[in-house]
Design a protein. Structure first.
Length: 285
């Protein structure tokens, strides 16, 4: 673990999003670089498998459109709660968090069509999240957001459950602080799949498959993976297939490099599960 911390301190970490849209009125300027100036090891999403967003569980994943200027990825984790990354809600143009009602969620989005659309009524982020800090190491465990939707679209279109080991029992939900011993868990497998709307294919949901968790930090709240991720993937779910069901263990938040290899950083559900249950219970009441 100490070696992993040391390694992370030397890595260049870049937030994955949001991905910005280009107006159809903007005229592209084409420049073809010489062959010897082509980028090396430039990550793309074109190796990924696109999935049918009209089918479960993929219609529970969608685009989080921010103020008509950018997008991230997100997932329904309750009838009216969407999970995404906090940095997606930080507006660099105003240096503050965006107004909730300027954020739209499009469940099951694909090529301009979607299963359902609703506005965000409010959202919850970690009190320790600092939008101006970007992908600073201290900010990573806090880079999560829970969006409270104006309409419970997950009631009709379904939602993804948290991994059983990430859930809190009713007794644990009543306890203000969980001991540190319970904050880090052991998963039965390190194999994961991530899903998102990357900037180079922003109108299709695609999966980064057959990758794995390679390490963790902050008592398991931060995951290092060997998945390839790019802008627009931020907030997309980190999934495991357990007992013939896809479950969420966290979200994607940043990309990095280990030597000359691309890697990604995610936030574990351990970081936000207490706030999720608080919001869920307040909605029920």
């Amino acid at each position: 673990m100490n070696s992993l911390k040391l390694l992370l301190s030397f890595m260049l970490i870049t937030l994955l999003g949001p991905s910005f849209e280009v107006s159809s009125q903007d005229k592209p300027r084409v420049r073809i670089p010489p062959a010897n100036q082509l980028p090396l090891n430039n990550p793309t999403s074109f190796h990924r498998r696109a999935v049918d967003s009209t089918e479960a569980p993929w219609k529970a994943v969608g685009r989080v459109n921010i103020a008509g200027r950018a997008h991230c990825s997100g997932s329904l984790i309750a009838e009216d709660i969407v999970l995404t990354a906090a940095h997606c809600l930080y507006a660099k143009w105003s240096q503050e968090m965006v107004i909730p009602t300027t954020v739209h969620f499009l469940a099951g989005y694909a090529r301009g069509e979607y299963a359902a659309h609703t506005l965000v009524q409010s959202y919850v982020v970690s009190p320790s999240f600092d939008g101006s800090a970007g992908a600073a190491r201290r900010n990573l465990p806090n880079d999560w957001a829970l969006l409270k939707l104006a309409d419970p679209i997950g009631k009709e279109h379904g939602f993804l459950e948290l991994h059983d080991k990430m859930k809190l029992t009713s007794e644990e939900q009543d306890v203000e602080e969980i001991s540190k011993a319970l904050e880090k868990i052991e998963l039965s497998t390190s194999k994961i799949t991530t899903a998102g709307y990357p900037g180079d294919r922003s109108h299709l949901l695609s999966l980064e498959e057959n990758c794995k968790i390679t390490g963790s930090l902050a008592r398991g709240h931060v995951m290092l993976t060997n998945c390839i991720s790019i802008r627009g993937d931020s907030g997309g779910p980190v999934l495991q297939f357990i007992d013939n069901e896809w479950v969420i263990i966290g979200i994607q938040v940043a990309s990095t490099k280990l030597g000359n290899r691309n890697a990604s950083i995610g936030v574990s559900a351990l970081a936000f599960r207490r706030e999720f249950y608080k919001l869920l219970n307040s909605t029920k009441n």
